[in-house]
Write a protein that binds this ligand. Structure first.
Ligand code: MN
Length: 269
């Protein structure tokens, strides 16, 4: 999907080294949790509770929408915080923002016990150097979305939005989601993929050979270029009429594997 002339400025370099005693790290993204998806929530909470992994890295779009950390006391948001706090008492949790939940801030991270990860982050684990990103910043073909992204990721827009009352923010977010279904702004286009050349540029600059990202909802692994690979995370939906889907990507010393989450039984109840 590379496009001549496309480029994404090389972002600031953030590196996280996994403790050598860790044995496994789970990656998930694109759960789009909301009160309307109780089975998806149940499977997620059960996996967080019982995974044998030492850490769970959430790479964006955990929430369908996040309108500010002062919403964490609302019923559904509070149940998510409780699940995160419980999991964080057992293992390391890390969170990278996606295009739906980019307003998760330092208060929410502190309250829920998650370590915040900039996008992208370079993970060094047992000699594997893996670049982690939500993925939307690399969907360069979608110039409308990139312009929207620059606006809403800016301090001015965020300050103005967060200054509004919660109910007004909720209404605005619902309106943005409604419009985005027609004009594909809140999300990049449904057929959008990351720009392979830009991704390879990031990997090369950071001395990594593998990229893990979500956002496109098309799980699988591909070669980005000679010597460079990407692993796309699955979205989760155990409540819809379509084929249920949920998947965890696990990294161990031996490499990556894809697994069903441990919470599918909980989701079926
Ligand atoms: Mn996304």
């Amino acid at each position: 999907m590379s496009r001549a002339g496309a480029s994404a400025a090389l972002p600031a370099f953030f590196e996280f080294a996994a403790p050598t005693e860790w044995r496994a790290i789970d990656f998930i993204s694109d759960l789009h949790l909301s009160a309307a998806l109780p089975r998806t929530f149940a499977a997620w909470a059960a996996h967080l509770r019982s995974t044998p992994a030492d850490a769970v890295f959430i790479l964006g779009d955990l929430f369908e929408v996040w309108i500010g950390d002062d919403s964490s006391g609302q019923a559904f948001e509070h149940s998510c915080v409780e699940a995160l706090v419980d999991a964080a008492s057992r293992r390391q949790l890390a969170f990278m923002a996606g295009n739906r939940d980019f307003l998760v801030g330092s208060e929410m991270l502190r309250e829920s016990g998650m370590m915040g990860l900039p996008d992208p982050t370079l993970l060094d684990a047992w000699g594997h150097r893996v670049l982690l990103s939500h993925g939307d910043a690399l969907c360069l073909d979608d110039t409308d979305y990139q312009a929207f992204r620059r606006e809403v990721r800016g301090a001015d827009w965020q300050r103005a939005f967060l200054a509004r009352p919660l109910a007004e923010r909720a209404a605005m977010a619902a309106e943005m989601r409604r419009r985005s279904r027609g004009r594909q702004r809140l999300d990049s286009r449904v057929d959008a993929d990351i720009d392979f050349a830009a991704a390879v540029g990031w990997l090369h600059a950071m001395g990594a050979a593998e990229l893990v990202h979500g956002h496109t909802h098309r799980p699988g692994s591909d070669e980005l270029g000679p010597g460079y690979e990407r692993h796309v995370l699955s979205d989760w939906d155990l409540d819809g009429a379509h084929a249920p889907r949920a998947e965890v990507l696990r990294l161990t010393r031996d490499g990556f594997e894809r697994l069903q989450p441990l919470g599918l039984d909980a989701a079926a109840r």
